[in-house]
Design a protein around this ligand. Structure first.
Ligand SMILES: N[C@@H](CCC(=O)N[C@@H](CS)C(=O)NCC(=O)O)C(=O)O
Length: 367
């Protein structure tokens, strides 16, 4: 292996775009390798514990999986240009945005890809070339079509249900307008330099909304500030920049944090309720495996109610944020509290996040 790192991912994959943007920004020596069938079905599961992308392989033969952990770990190994803010409000804001962008937006990305058949041929082409690079098209395309069908079977679980299409589209247009106005004034989410949340925003926007033909035309081509941000963030720009001074959070993001506290928090609360009843009164012990989904959850979306399967993984992400909040000094906690109180949220430490969870690839266990 010539490069320090290999990114195993696809252009069309949500979390690969997030990770690639980060690697570009850090200026790390990496090879961008399309995941092939052997890596996806054999090597990645063996090395990381799940059939998932992206995964990073180091020159020394170590494997890292999970975009959040990849950024955390590589920032430790390469401390120049760290992407986690160090001031309390910006730190918590960036972590919350990341969790929301990783978890809430998945149905949005999937809906705009799979509910519009004009997107399918790009997927089939990319997936067939990626999986079976040396096999002729006539043989590999039917295989990619099968994979597409398999992925579509998961749509209802993710909340991509016909009766919710309009709700998701209204919500998305409104939210993208907020980002469009934000990027008319700022280069990145928290100033002139990207943070973990910028890379997380590449998740839904790079591989899905600005690449699949239907959403690209209808949503991104008409929002040039947002589209320019996708390009510069994925290209790794902003190395010379800095976050906004005095730990300020830009006002243009106020509607986004309103959404996080009024919609995403109730989503997490409902997963915790389902998680607790999943665990029940039985004597569970540390290491017990939790199923990937704990059943359907319902929460507010733009004044309506949205349903999808609830994933304990989301709770693990929020527990990680709560631990970080709890490790702040008293003064720093107060700063963050006075910020979240503006959204009616007394303190980030107030949220009941149930029993402590440990991540195992894409699922969780009791800690
Ligand atoms: N939390 C993981 C999520 C990775 C993920 O969901 N990747 C998708 C492709 S973009 C995948 O491979 N999904 C298969 C699965 O989750 O079983 C990360 O941040 O890397």
């Amino acid at each position: 292996m010539k490069q320090d790192y290999t990114l195993h991912g696809w252009q069309l994959s949500y979390f690969s775009g997030k990770t690639r943007g980060y690697l570009n920004f850090k200026g790390l020596d990496f090879k961008d390798k399309n995941v092939n069938a052997y890596d996806l079905m054999y090597r990645i599961p063996k090395k990381t514990g799940a059939m998932v992308m992206p995964a990073i392989q180091t020159k020394q033969g170590e494997w890292l999986q999970d975009s959040t952990i990849i950024m955390e770990e590589l920032d430790k190994r390469h401390p120049g240009s760290c992407v986690t803010p160090t001031t309390p409000k910006q730190l918590m804001a960036a972590m919350l945005l990341e969790a929301w962008l990783d978890e809430w937006w998945i149905p949005i990305g999937m809906h705009y890809r799979w509910s519009y058949p004009e997107n399918y041929s790009l997927f089939i082409n990319d997936a067939s070339k990626g999986l079976l690079p040396y096999v002729p098209n006539v043989l590999r395309k039917p295989i990619a079509k099968k994979i597409a069908k398999g992925l579509q079977n998961f749509l209802p679980l993710a909340g991509v249900r016909k009766e919710q299409f309009k709700m998701m589209e209204n919500w998305t247009e409104k939210t993208l307008d907020v980002f469009e106005s934000h990027f008319a004034q700022h280069k990145f989410l928290l100033g002139d330099k990207p943070c973990i949340a910028d890379f997380a925003l590449l998740g839904p926007l790079y591989g899905h909304l600005n690449r699949d033909p239907a959403p690209k035309r209808d949503l991104l081509d008409v929002r040039p500030n947002l589209q320019n941000w996708v390009e510069r963030c994925h290209a790794g720009e902003g190395k010379q920049g800095a976050y906004i001074k005095n730990d300020e959070i830009p006002e243009t993001l106020t509607p986004i944090f309103k959404t996080i506290f009024e919609e995403f928090y109730p989503m997490v609360d409902d997963i915790v309720v389902k998680l607790k009843s999943f665990i029940g009164d039985k004597d569970k012990i540390s290491g017990d495996h939790i199923s990937r989904s704990v059943g359907d959850i319902t929460f507010p979306m733009n004044g309506e109610r949205f349903s999808r399967a609830g994933l304990p993984y989301t709770v693990w992400m929020m527990q990680r944020i709560k631990k970080c909040f709890q490790s702040l000094s008293r003064e720093d906690k107060q700063q963050v509290d006075s910020w979240s109180q503006q959204y009616g949220y007394q303190s980030l430490s107030n949220q009941d996040l149930g029993p402590e969870l440990k991540r195992t690839a894409v699922t969780t266990q009791l800690a």
